[in-house]
Design a protein around this ligand. Structure first.
Ligand code: GCB
Length: 638
């Protein structure tokens, strides 16, 4: 009974989110039309970057107001052409595409047609047939608009979708940035400006994730929330279905196992389903059958009977997450993160969603024996989280709170936006079994006076949104910047000993790392994850004795860290995440050789020497702490 009460309490808080953002899925009541492929594109190169709005480019076909080029969607636009001014462009770019709408979507007036953008970086305005339907601030998260009323105004013409996207970052955006105007005419041409950022990845821009149209009946399932628990052999699934478009509606909720059998059902819009002989969701390498997913099918019929039935099916993994002062528990068993930090980043497509890359990365993570990753430094595509659910890869889900280093980015406007971003993130990702912790920021200048209140508010808000998951904030090793630590559940620390501090001196790693762990643990008595560590290695560059930037040096940095991890993981260290899974693009600068080279794989996903060190270690850790899948053979598969 206590369990059920806890579930209810947890759940009421989750309900603070009011509208849903369910992933679009086809069903007997829902159709999908993907708009991926080639769009017409033009960057607004006018000095004010405002010509497109002044001349209302959305009112007619983009090709009628100026030259256009082909632009693939999804993809960043930066690396698609040979033009360096487009790669480094700052301001509004315009995308346009025409689509034929199936007649039955508009004919009977009983269908909701929704336009959904998986993500566009950074600020977007969307028009359909010249009518503005929505705008959205922030990359990395989806937004949508109902467009059926616009379509009905002129059902015979093709539907023209125009999306203007602006990559300008401000002190209040997330991540923050600022524009610097260079006014010295002896040094810079008239009107010259640059974007300044405090984060270490290229500010790729454009439409990064799929754009699509989907339909629902006018009365529809707007959101589903599930919170799971278990007692002995019984799974407990507290659910809530929120309905829009009708004041009363009948709901049928069916819980289905992987084999398609109904294992529990209900006719209530909210309640607790009991699943006997539950199959829990387990992480990869912790159980021989990881990533077990049930599905919950929701069928909805508006009571007026004139509306159509709506059907939506959501995959659900049953698992719990808890934190003690020394452990991170999944299903009440200690879980040790042996994983990676990633980026959404690749040649040519930048941050554009790319299925071959996604599947390759999952194959590499499994090859490596990685059981987890952090979505450094922003929310990744939902498609990636779905893969994590299915493969049992555990996720620390991070918001784009990276590079908050200017005191002006700690004001009320910044905080208000940061809270909205957390709302959007939790609303989108709350039902993923793989997501076990929220990260509200990476290495902010938390020593600044307003930071403590800022992070206290942010962390408390996140816990109210979702009391079922721990919350963290990623600190750098500068101990003065620990102001968020009193409020988090797990301490995450990044450090680069023998790299940014004492460069070239591998011998200082053991003492400095030991001091780091002891300090943080003594002060906070919370479990610690080494959330970043690593060294750049330019692939193919070698030296013995090792020198910085060689593959040998990268290997030795990792090994020196591992020795200390092995001592501390017996005490309170609950994870290690290498920086980084793969090389990735950054802004140009004197410390970056065509991007950040701390990958253990190259940007083209080929292993450096360090990858083999990590592979050997991760499989050994898995063998000690988990249960290898039947198809593997220690030390490593393949
Ligand atoms: C960090 C940052 C990460 C950088 C990394 C580095 O602390 O969190 O974004 O890329 O260091 O390589 O400098």
């Amino acid at each position: 009974m206590l369990r059920v009460l806890w579930l209810f309490a947890a759940f009421d808080a989750v309900l603070l989110l009011d509208t849903g953002m369910l992933f679009p899925r086809e069903s007997s009541s829902r159709e999908l039309k993907e708009l991926n492929g080639l769009w017409a594109f033009r960057a607004d190169r006018s000095p004010s970057r405002n010509q497109g709005f002044q001349e209302a480019w959305y009112k007619s076909r983009l090709a009628e107001t100026g030259p256009v080029i082909d632009m693939p969607v999804p993809a960043s636009y930066n690396d698609i052409t040979q033009d360096p001014t487009l790669r480094d462009f700052i301001g509004w770019v315009w995308y346009e595409r025409e689509v034929v709408i199936p007649a039955h979507w508009i004919a009977d007036g009983g269908t909701r047609v929704v336009l959904r953008v998986g993500s566009a970086h950074y600020y977007s305005v969307v028009w359909v047939n010249g009518v503005k339907v929505t705008e959205h601030e922030g990359g990395h998260l989806p937004f949508e608009a109902e467009i059926d009323s616009v379509l009905q105004e002129n059902p015979t013409v093709p539907c023209r979708i125009t999306i203007a996207v602006n990559n300008t970052l401000t002190l209040q955006s997330l991540p923050p940035g600022s524009i610097q105007y260079m006014n010295d005419r002896t040094m810079y041409p008239d009107g010259y400006f640059v974007q300044t950022i405090n984060f270490d990845f290229f500010n790729y821009a454009g439409i990064h994730r799929p754009v699509l149209l989907y339909t629902t009946p006018k009365t529809y399932v707007d959101d589903i929330t599930v919170v799971t628990d278990f007692l002995d052999n019984t799974g407990l699934v507290r659910y809530n279905v929120s309905v829009r478009g009708a004041t009363t509606a009948s709901v049928k909720v069916t819980f289905i196992d992987k084999e398609g059998h109904c294992v529990a059902s209900s006719n209530e819009p909210s309640g607790v389903l009991k699943v006997t002989d539950v199959k829990l969701w387990w992480p990869y390498l912790m159980h021989e059958n990881p990533g077990y997913l049930y599905s919950v099918e929701v069928r909805l019929m508006a009571d007026d009977k004139r509306s159509y039935e709506d059907v939506y099916t959501l995959p659900v993994g049953i698992r719990t997450v808890k934190v003690t002062s020394t452990q991170f528990l999944i299903n009440n068993k200690p879980f040790y993160f042996h994983g990676v930090n990633k980026h959404e980043d690749a040649d040519i497509r930048g941050k554009g969603l790319d299925w071959p890359l996604i599947v390759k990365d999952f194959n590499l993570m499994k090859w490596l024996g990685a059981n987890s990753f952090r979505t450094s430094h922003y929310p990744y595509a939902e498609e990636i989280l779905q893969m994590c659910d299915r493969h049992g890869i555990v996720v620390i889900d991070e918001c784009p709170g990276v590079g908050i280093r200017d005191i002006r980015s700690f004001g009320n406007a910044s905080l208000a936006h940061h809270l909205v971003v957390m709302d959007e993130l939790v609303r989108r990702d709350k039902n993923h079994a793989s997501v076990v912790m929220w990260s509200v920021a990476n290495e902010p200048a938390a020593e600044m006076p307003p930071a403590e209140l800022y992070f206290k508010t942010l962390i408390k808000h996140t816990k109210t949104l979702d009391p079922t998951r721990p919350v963290t904030f990623i600190s750098d090793s500068n101990y003065a910047r620990d102001k968020g630590a009193p409020y988090v559940d797990v301490i995450c620390v990044n450090s680069y000993f023998s790299w940014y501090h004492d460069p070239g001196h591998l011998e200082v790693i053991p003492i400095q790392l030991n001091t780091q762990f002891e300090n943080w643990y003594k002060k906070y008595q919370k479990p610690i994850i080494q959330s970043e560590y690593g060294a750049d290695a330019v692939p193919g560059v070698h030296s013995d004795p090792p020198m910085m930037f060689t593959e040998e040096y990268q290997k030795l940095v990792l090994q020196s860290y591992h020795n200390i991890f092995d001592q501390k993981r017996k005490q309170y260290v609950v994870g290690e995440l290498i920086w980084n899974f793969a090389d990735f693009m950054t802004a140009q600068g004197v410390t970056r050789v065509v991007g950040n080279k701390k990958g253990i794989f190259t940007r083209q996903r080929q292993p450096k020497a360090a990858a083999y060190v990590l592979k050997e270690r991760y499989w050994r850790l898995a063998n000690e702490t988990g249960k290898l899948p039947l198809w593997t053979k220690y030390p490593c598969p393949l």
